[in-house]
Design a protein around this ligand. Sequence first.
Ligand SMILES: C[S@@+](CC[C@H](N)C(=O)[O-])C[C@H]1O[C@@H](n2cnc3c(N)ncnc32)[C@H](O)[C@@H]1O
Length: 277
Amino acid sequence: MNFKNHHQKKRFGQHWLVNNLILEKIKEVAELEEKDFILEIGPGRGALTSKLLDSKISRLHAIELDEDLIDLLNNKFRNDKNFSLQQGDILSTNLDSINKKITKVIANIPYNITGPILDIFVGRLGIISKNNYNKIIFLMQKDVVDRILAKDGNTNAGAMSVRMQLISNIRRICDVPPSSFDPPPKVFSTLVVFEPLRPEMRLDIKLEKYLDKLLRISFNSRRKMIRNTLNSILSAEEIEKLSESSQICFNSRPQDISINKWIKLAEACIKITNKNQ
Ligand SMILES: C[S@@+](CC[C@H](N)C(=O)[O-])C[C@H]1O[C@@H](n2cnc3c(N)ncnc32)[C@H](O)[C@@H]1O
């Protein structure tokens, strides 16, 4: 079998990236160095893999779910000593033996598993990350990136925007039309770079955990004023006191509150809760 008669599988999100300019852009954004150990999720037919291997790097380890692609990929890169391949599901692969060495994670990600991939690789608010990646470069759905990057006051702003912006620096590189893929997906994509914050740059873990809870409660009822959602964790009297002492307008809806105000609100709530104990 060769790549041409490999049967493309929709259920694995197989949309090959065929636009050379975008392949080049990914490589440029990756700023590859000799010391880089790259993890590539879903190499597919190896178009991006080839580009990345065409640089001086220490290693590229790829994890591909589709068994039918394994021999083809191993054959394609058989002369490349920096290349290694593992068949498996990225969501359940144990990366412990290489995780500390990986410097960059790069992928044109299968869209059906975007959420869990972000959780594993970029991390989660309220959870200390064991990863040490300095860059994560993903080609992913534009609408998800719009939500991740949304600022307060924007209709796309949500718990996800605040959570992701609190744990990582995030840069949109460019939007990519469906015509850049074969077959074209139904939606636009975006090339995005995450630089996860080092543990010492993150908020205190207890504060992060509280913020996570606060965001969940508030955005579960995004049409309600926060005055009316906070009543599940604070008494009416405490809410009144807080709304007078803090600079936060309690008649705001959650999507209109800035990240700094979320932090201030969480700190104030923790103080009240501690006093009550
Ligand atoms: C959007 S395609 C990208 C392929 C190739 N990197 C490219 O840019 O043309 C996604 C790739 O991820 C693979 N894949 C899907 N689910 C996966 C999973 N859970 N673990 C590892 N690879 C997966 C698919 O088989 C496919 O090769």
